[in-house]
Design a protein around this ligand. Sequence first.
Ligand code: PGA
Length: 242
Amino acid sequence: MKITIVPDYDAMSLAGADRVTATLRRRPDCALCLPTGNTPLGMFKALLERIENGTLDASQAEFFLLDEYVGLDDNDPESLTGWLMDAFLKPAGIAPAKIHEMPTKAHDLDRAAAEYEAELQRFGGYELAVLGLGGNGHIAYNEPGATADSRTRVLTLTDESIEQARGYFEGRTVPTQAMSAGVQTLLEARSIVLLVSGAAKAEVLRAALQEAPTSNNPASFLQLASDKVEVICDAAAGSLLN
Ligand code: PGA
């Protein structure tokens, strides 16, 4: 596995933006997924600058959402889709037809999840999966307990993730379920970039990379695809790595 440790958050953001840029220049019409959370905000800023100054064209790419709460409207300010729309997809001018949402409002969620997988395959699978790392080791919303062979599905959020989300929901009830691209779905990407920032993630990152793969820390399953994974972390997040 390639591990790139850079001095700080800004350098991590630029390195992440460089990987996305290189992928889109090589295959402008590829399918890719981008993470939500605070970690990718700097990368989005760098990508938006490149799109605005004409050095990057993202208009042909197919953007697949990684995860979404079940029971929220897209317009809900807390929805992950709405978040990615506001943080990147809208300011980047991505056409709605190029945005593939998690089908969390379908009547039959299992079937809809299978259709998400089928649609992803129609576009050749993720050329690039850019992921963030949850404090409990989740990638997308594959919470502890997720298996390496999991596919896109609805799963129950851990108490820790619900607690983490509570801040955003400002007193409103936090959903207890989400639909997420599965671990196996992610591992099949042609390349994977894991972005990690901050000392608070140092231990979960160390365990993910240096202990045996385990469902207790779903990010550790990235070791199963190590030849195509690059971890880009800042010095604080990488401080416990050998
Ligand atoms: P964060 O979230 O980037 O806000 O730390 C990461 C995650 O929970 O996946």
